[in-house]
Structures are given as structure tokens and as C-alpha cells.
Design a protein around this ligand. Structure first.
Ligand code: GLC
Ligand code: CA
Length: 582
């Protein structure tokens, strides 16, 4: 790509990342828990996807109240996962394979078992007394994970603030010593050679002075106006940015509930402190604020969210693109269809990878893993799912409440990775720490490696196409027909080249319109998720239906269920006229 576009600071723009949640990725030492030995063995696989970097969800020592997001030591590796030396081996091998590695930096809170908190709770006059937020009287804030946001500590005789679980006390970022600790932790990992950080709930770290009472408008988030985008956030992040600037380092902030407007301050202009942000608007096309408050999926809502961010950041900032991570149920089960599993899994890939930004793929997403349905709430382990079940909709019958958990639980993203059709999906020789999705015989890496039309191979095709096209990397984003409620159509254009990405979100055949700009132009079909071979094999009902629809409609310009097509147009070519059909 051009010199200017690819300046050193912007290396992340042409990359794509793979997120590893180690506990469920691959068990290398046979104890049923994924670890860094397993990761090491799978690095070639990760590389084979065509990604350029790995983000590790927290792998530090942790009592696991929130599976690693409650850290008790920032400078070591959880013994379940291995040792610092094993991490260095993984890091070096990833670098040898040409992949960057970013770590999760979780500094809004620590574990209550972190030595700082153990000291802090002892009294008001030790060096760690002011590392956390202590009050004689709590305000009315709710926590996001476990009831009220304040917990009484009888040693100290005061309450501490926890925006998440009780075992996740919030750090007092107004204390310069705490900020110094954060900077030292960053240096520790940067000096070891890591390439950057994904910064957990980073827009929550500065709280409004006086911690005023919140106005309850939704359960759990009443205090949010006073801790989201707080008064000193840009000052504190500016300090962290300075550390990063000493290295060729990259910063990606997680911004729950962030709006485009507030994100601009983090991503552009004099307060720029992050290279990208994970926003959440597009994760709310089937729910209200959290997956637990479920709504029917709305494509128009999804498209609005996508386009809002694409347009706002055009020429000013850079988007982080994702549809899955360890915090959300699986995307096929939400925005696609488990029935049209391969079709919707592939279409969803193309619906976001070709947007302008850096794509992130979460482990298992690339093989189309779907939500798990457990029989009882006692089988779920995620703190937020358990709280939701016992706190809300208590008048509904238990089955209905369990269904809400099926739809919403973060545990669906945390089932063991499905490597093959053998025992425990090839994840471990022993009983895995958590349930394997029973669909592993059909949905697994080994099977999909062999099938040229698999979801896995489609992800590879998407990443390769993106990487080799200046228009898909840097071209302007335009959405067409935003009100259409079955098709998402977007364009990426640079100079005289345009890509038109047409995604059907419908189970029925639908006929897309052609945007005026392309009338009379012939586009080359460069990618499609319906290959000829997939119509000929025997996949029961779906294949049968596809075949019928294909025969009937294909030639007439209809899209088959969940079909995606990517066309390339070159405006300088004297291409054959093709009328207004696609
Ligand atoms: C982020 C993490 C999530 C965690 C929470 C509290 O949202 O992604 O897994 O529970 O922060 O650390
Ligand atoms: Ca293990």
C-alpha cells in the first residue's frame, strides 16, 4: 500500500487479529484446562487463518471470580496456563511467524486477593490505603455483575466500590501512585516484547468527584453517568499513552456503552490516547443494553450501528471490527441462523470483515461455533449469567428464565474449542473444565479444513481478499439502501475501484436492487458463499432447499438464504455493459 498510508505508526491498520481465551483454547498438559502449551502447538493454525496478531484475554494469576478479569498478580502467568518462560516461548514463536501479540490490561479493578487490596483493607494508614475507593457510606450505585456496587469490609470498617463483581474492587485512579503502578506494569510487558494492549473497560477508570447518587433508569447502570468518560479520563490515558509512545506499541480500548461522540475524544485530535476502540452499538441489534434484555433481531438497527461508526471515523480515526468475543453469545445463534449454519456463518464473516477497520476474530468463530444450551442454571459458571438469573424476571417460570440464559450467557463463548470429532472435541485428553458443545462432531477444525466451502475456509478467503486490496483496506465506506430489512449492502471504494458487498440476512430468496452508480457496469464476482459443490452434496433439507432455490431463482438475480456476494467494479475499464442486474 502507499507509503503514507502505511507509515510505521499505523501498522495495525492492515492487520487482523485472533482473540484467544486460553482456558478454552487447547489443553497441552492434559489436565482439562487450556494453557500456553496448547497455544504454542496451535500457533501455526492461527497463522494459517491469515491473521497478523493475537490478543490474549487475561492469562495472569487470578482467583477466577470473573475468569481472569480479576487479577491477583500483574507480572506473572496463571499456574493453570503455564509459566512466564512458557509465555516467552509463545511470544517469540508468534513473532517468528510474523504475528504481533497484545495483552489484556485490566486496571479499572484488581482481584480482592491482590496484595494491594489485602493491604488496603487492613486500615486507613498504610501505603495502599488509598489504592481503592473507600467510603463510610455507600451511594446508590448498582454494580454491573453482583447487586449493589458497595461491599462492607469489617476489618477497615468501610465500604469499597466494585463496579463489577464483589471480588473486583475498583482501583482509585486519582491516586498518582496507582497510575504509576499501571505505567510500570505496561513497561514490564513492553520490555518483554509484547506489542500492545487491549485495555479493559478503560472508559470507566476516572470517577466523578464526590461519587454522586445515580438516577435509576435501568437496573445495574444507574451510576454509569458518573464513572463512564469521567472527568480525568483523557489526562490519565494521556499518561499511559506516553509510555506506549516510547515503544512501537498499539492501544485498543474497550468502551462499554461508548457513543460515537465520546469515542472521538479517545481516537482523534489532541486527546487521542487510543488507536481503536471496541464499541458496543452493533452488539445491540437483538437486545437492549445487555443480551439478557432480549429483543427480536433488527437488521436495520444493526446496519445503522455499523454505518454510524464507519461514517463518523472516516478520515479521522480507525474502527475495531468484531462480532464475537468472550463476552457475547455466538453470532450465528444471534444474527444468523443455526439452521442455515454454514450460509449465515459465512455471510456474517463478510458482513464485517470488509468494513473499514481492523477485524478481530474470536476463537471458534471461524468454524461457526454456536451457543450451548445447558439443562440447569447450576451448570453455568459466568457470574453475570448467574446474577441475571436470580435477579430479574423472577415471576416468569424457570424454563423461560433458563431460555433467557441460553440466549444471553457469556458461557456460550467459553466452551472448549472444537478441534476434531474425537473425544472432548480434541480439546483435552481429560474431562474439560467446562462443557463441550454437543455439535462438535459436525462443527470442528479438522472437518472444516477438508471442505473447501467450510466456514473456516471462507474466513481465510475473506482475510486474504481484504489484505490484497487497497480499496478494502483504505477505501471509503458507503451503505446502500439502509432501510432494506433483509439485505445489508455496502461499498468500499478507492480511486477507480469499488467493491460491493451484498449480504442477505433472509431465510427466503430476496432480490437486491442495484445502486444507480453501478447501472450499466459489469462487476466481477470475487467472492460468494454458495459454491457449486455445496449445492451438489447431500446436506439434507438445507441442501435440498438451496438447490431448488438455486435452480429457480439464481439466474434471475435473487440471493439465496443468507447468501453473500462480493463484486469488484473497475470504473476505468471499458467493461461489458450488463444492464441493471447484479
Ligand atoms: C470487560 C471484559 C469482561 C469483564 C469485564 C470486567 O468487559 O471483557 O470479560 O467481565 O470487563 O473486567
Ligand atoms: Ca492444561
Amino acid at each position: 500500500m502507499t507509503e503514507q498510508m502505511n507509515s510505521k505508526k499505523d501498522w495495525y491498520k492492515e492487520m487482523s487479529f485472533y482473540q484467544i481465551w486460553v482456558r478454552s483454547f487447547a489443553d497441552g498438559n492434559g489436565d482439562g484446562i487450556g494453557d500456553l502449551y496448547g497455544v504454542y502447538d496451535k500457533l501455526e493454525y492461527v497463522k494459517s487463518l491469515g491473521v497478523d496478531g493475537i490478543w490474549f484475554s487475561p492469562i495472569y494469576p487470578s482467583p477466577n471470580a470473573d475468569y481472569g478479569y480479576d487479577i491477583s498478580d500483574y507480572r506473572d502467568i496463571h499456574p493453570d496456563f503455564g509459566t512466564l518462560d512458557q509465555f516467552k516461548k509463545v511470544l517469540n514463536r508468534a513473532h517468528e511467524l510474523g504475528m504481533k501479540v497484545i495483552m489484556d490490561l485490566v486496571v479499572n479493578h484488581t482481584s480482592d486477593e491482590h496484595p494491594w487490596f489485602k493491604e488496603s483493607r487492613k486500615g486507613r494508614d498504610n501505603p495502599y490505603s488509598d489504592y481503592y475507593i473507600w467510603r463510610d457510606k455507600p451511594n446508590n450505585w448498582d454494580s454491573l455483575f453482583e447487586g449493589k456496587a458497595w461491599e462492607y469490609d469489617s476489618n477497615r470498617g468501610q465500604y469499597y466500590l466494585h463496579i463489577f463483581a464483589k471480588k473486583q474492587p475498583d482501583l482509585n485512579m486519582d491516586n498518582p501512585k496507582v497510575r504509576q503502578e499501571v505505567k510500570d506494569i505496561m513497561r514490564f510487558w513492553l520490555d518483554m516484547g509484547v506489542d500492545g494492549f487491549r485495555e479493559d473497560v478503560i472508559n470507566f477508570i476516572s470517577k466523578k468527584e464526590g461519587l454522586p447518587n445515580g438516577v435509576p433508569f435501568l437496573p445495574a447502570v444507574n451510576g454509569m453517568p458518573y464513572y463512564k468518560d469521567g472527568p480525568h479520563i483523557h489526562e490519565y490515558l494521556g499518561e499511559f499513552r506516553k509510555v506506549c509512545n516510547e515503544y512501537d506499541c498499539f492501544q485498543l480500548g474497550e468502551g462499554p456503552m461508548t457513543t460515537v461522540r465520546s469515542a472521538m475524544k479517545y481516537l482523534t485530535g489532541p486527546t487521542k490516547s487510543l488507536d481503536m476502540m471496541f464499541s458496543f452499538d452493533h452488539m445491540m441489534a437483538d437486545c437492549l443494553y445487555t443480551e439478557y434484555i432480549h429483543r427480536p433481531f433488527s437488521l436495520v438497527k444493526l446496519k445503522k450501528a455499523f454505518t454510524k461508526w464507519q461514517i463518523a471515523l472516516e478520515g479521522k480515526g480507525w474502527n475495531a471490527l468484531y462480532l464475537e468475543n468472550h463476552d457475547h453469545p455466538r453470532i450465528i445463534s444471534r444474527y444468523g441462523s443455526e439452521h442455515f449454519w454454514r450460509e449465515s456463518g459465512t455471510m456474517l464473516a463478510a458482513s464485517y470483515i470488509f468494513q473499514k477497520g481492523t477485524p478481530f476474530i474470536y476463537q471458534g468463530q471461524e468454524i461457526g461455533m454456536t451457543n450451548i444450551r445447558l439443562m440447569s442454571i447450576d451448570q453455568y459458571v459466568d457470574v453475570s449469567s448467574i446474577t441475571n438469573y436470580y435477579t430479574y424476571h423472577l415471576r416468569e417460570d424457570p424454563e423461560r428464565r433458563l431460555h433467557r440464559i441460553h440466549l444471553s450467557s457469556r458461557d456460550s463463548a467459553r466452551t472448549p474449542m472444537q478441534w476434531n470429532g474425537s473425544k472432548n472435541a480434541g480439546f483435552s485428553q481429560s474431562d474439560p473444565w467446562f462443557y463441550v458443545n454437543p455439535n462438535y462432531k459436525r462443527v470442528n477444525v479438522e472437518t472444516e479444513e477438508k471442505d473447501p466451502d467450510s466456514i473456516l475456509n471462507f474466513y481465510r478467503k475473506c482475510l486474504q481478499l481484504r489484505k490484497n486490496s487497497a480499496a478494502l483496506l483504505y477505501g471509503r465506506y458507503t451503505e446502500h439502501f439502509p432501510k432494506d430489512n433483509s439485505i445489508y449492502m455496502y461499498e468500499r471504494s478507492l480511486d477507480d475501484e469499488s467493491y460491493l458487498i451484498i449480504c442477505s440476512f433472509s431465510r427466503l430468496p430476496v432480490k437486491p436492487k442495484k445502486p444507480e452508480k453501478f447501472w450499466g457496469k459489469h462487476g466481477e464476482l470475487v467472492l460468494c458463499n454458495y459454491a457449486q459443490s455445496s449445492l451438489e452434496d447431500d446436506r439434507g433439507f438445507v441442501a435440498h432447499l438451496e438447490k431448488e432455490i438455486a435452480e429457480l431463482e439464481h439466474t434471475k438475480g435473487y440471493l439465496r438464504p443468507y447468501e453473500v456476494r462480493v463484486y469488484r467494479y473497475r470504473f476505468s475499464d471499458d467493461a461489458a455493459e450488463s444492464g441493471n442486474a447484479l
